[in-house]
Write a protein that binds this ligand. Structure first.
Ligand code: LLP
Length: 419
């Protein structure tokens, strides 16, 4: 459930008409609902009531806006970070270092050191090589790295191939059948506190079975490690729960996910942690856009050219992803149209042959489910600026990321004096 609803014929974010945000901030603009973020954070936590003291680390990559992180920090969430930049953001949002987990297949020497210096809760190690490097840095500075070994369970998550991470051919984690040996090697290193296992098989998962298959494999590994005399006190089950992008689409609920987790892990005797991103932020945000013009050059469906483009919302161009599109002030009728951005490539298409609310030049429209992997994936392609972001709370709103004009981006560039 979210708080983007029609009231008196106008779409509102909580109690704020989207027309007001468009007037004051301009378009395109991402709009997040604080009440929706809080609701999702609580629903996810409540879903884990069958799990002993779950640790929840919001996947910062899904929405790294500082205000969004702050809302989640106030809900007791930690952070799953994948770069030094995300680590700085999590700390800036006052997330406690021990509540931060550092994932990612390519942490650099400097990033490993940055994590150690910040005394973060856990590194999720993605390879034996990374483990040795982290151990040597930690030992050199007299520090200890609390670590989980990320395993690749070779399970097909049945999601888009670009966001599937748990098959043997994917770059993530160590093969699960080599995990016990690698774990033992790393546990022997000075500076290492090997304390558990991490797994994350992919994103936007529409069924729980692949997750359960992966978790059962992890459970067997935990037993195998203990039988071999290793300490295993923590397991990180990652994120991945899908959300509905189309009205009426059914996804596994957090409650069903939580019940499955409680059942599969009941005898593990570990502290469990989770890294949800999309399920928290996805439906807590929309992208507000204005129709530049409607182009009718043939008898076929017209092109509705909006002022948002693939640089602002990359998911349709990158994954062929669907986002529901609605008029902010529906006039009643429907039309069939293609919805495209102004960028000079055909991939800058949000929808083809879509039945939509009637939209005309100057009208406002929204892309739903844009709170996760939206603004965070923006670029300045075609020398378009970076899109602005707004957070709504009841009847008030604030700009939480300024629009970064193309001129400011150009200001960071130099023409060398030898040209
Ligand atoms: N943990 C790890 C290690 C991850 O790699 C990810 C997402 C998450 C947690 C959070 O997964 P979530 O709960 O959000 O599914 N840009 C793509 C999604 C990429 C997901 C990358 N990893 C998209 O727009 O669909």
């Amino acid at each position: 459930m979210d708080h983007f609803e029609l009231r008196g014929g106008v779409l509102h974010a909580e109690d704020v008409p989207l027309t007001k945000i468009a007037e004051e901030v301009g378009t395109p603009v991402y709009v997040y609902s604080r009440a929706t973020l809080i609701r999702h954070a609580r629903v996810f936590r409540d879903a884990l009531s069958g799990v002993n003291k779950p640790h929840i680390a919001f996947a910062v990559k899904s929405n790294p806006n500082l205000a969004v992180l702050k809302v989640l920090q106030q809900e007791g969430y930690g952070a799953d970070v994948v770069s030094g930049g995300e680590l700085v953001r999590a700390l800036a949002a006052d997330m406690a270092p021990q509540d931060i987990v550092f994932s990612g297949v390519g942490k650099t020497h400097d990033e490993l050191l940055q994590g150690l210096r910040a005394n973060i809760g856990q590194f999720n190690i993605e390879s034996e090589e990374e483990g040795y490097e982290l151990a040597s840095i930690a030992a050199r500075y007299g520090m200890t790295a609390r670590c989980a070994l990320r395993v690749n369970p070779d399970v097909d998550a049945r999601t888009h191939e670009k966001i599937s991470t748990g098959k043997a051919e994917n770059k993530f984690g160590v093969p699960i059948d080599r995990a016990a040996e690698i774990y033992a090697n790393l546990a022997d290193q000075d500076g290492m506190d090997m304390r558990g296992i991490a797994v994350h098989i992919g994103s936007q998962l529409s069924t729980l079975e692949p997750l359960e298959t992966a978790f059962v494999k992890v459970g067997k590994l935990v037993q195998e490690l203990r039988d071999a005399g290793q300490k295993v006190t923590h397991v990180d089950l990652g994120g991945g729960l899908g959300v509905p992008y189309k009205a009426g689409e059914i996804m596994p609920s957090p409650a069903e996910y939580g019940a499955m987790v409680a059942r599969v892990t009941k005898d593990w005797d570990v502290a469990l942690s989770f890294e949800p991103g999309r399920v928290i932020a996805g439906n807590a945000g929309i992208l507000l856009t204005r129709v530049i013009r409607v182009k009718r050059s043939s008898n076929a469906s017209p092109f509705i050219v909006v002022d948002a483009a693939m640089n602002d919302l990359a998911r349709p161009a990158m994954y062929g992803a669907w986002h529901d599109i609605e008029a902010v002030a529906p006039k009643g009728g429907k039309m069939n149209a293609h919805v495209v951005g102004p960028i000079c490539e055909t991939g800058d298409t949000f929808a083809m042959n879509r039945d939509l609310d009637v939209l005309e030049s100057g009208d406002l429209a929204i892309f739903r489910t844009a709170g996760a992997y939206g603004a965070t994936m923006a670029s300045s392609y075609n020398s378009r600026g970076f899109v602005a972001e707004v957070l709504v709370d009841g009847d008030k709103f604030a700009v939480v990321a300024d629009r970064l004009p193309a001129a400011d981006i150009m200001a960071a560039e130099r023409v060398p004096d030898w040209l």
